[in-house]
Design a protein. Sequence first.
Length: 103
Amino acid sequence: MHKFVVLYGHPEDPEHFRSYYESTHIPLAAGLPGLKAYRYSFDVSSPGQDDPPYFCIFEGEFDSAEAMGEALSGEYGRKVGADVPNYATGGATILTYEITASS
């Protein structure tokens, strides 16, 4: 299993981000070929910090790094990536990794 994580910084307009993300971007991202599961949250906190560094987090799961790479580099994946500037004015940090243990 391979994980794709996006950490979104605080946007200029939080309401626009939330509305656009849930009504447009998430339905678009949910159609990524080979995406096995996804989840997201706006309830992001950092223990001991009043202001967490991130506004939103997205997690997607693929069978393998190869499946993820094919999904993201294909025409549909490029369309999903091109949509990010429409709402993520606070930036987006992308992490990917192989899941080595799960319970």
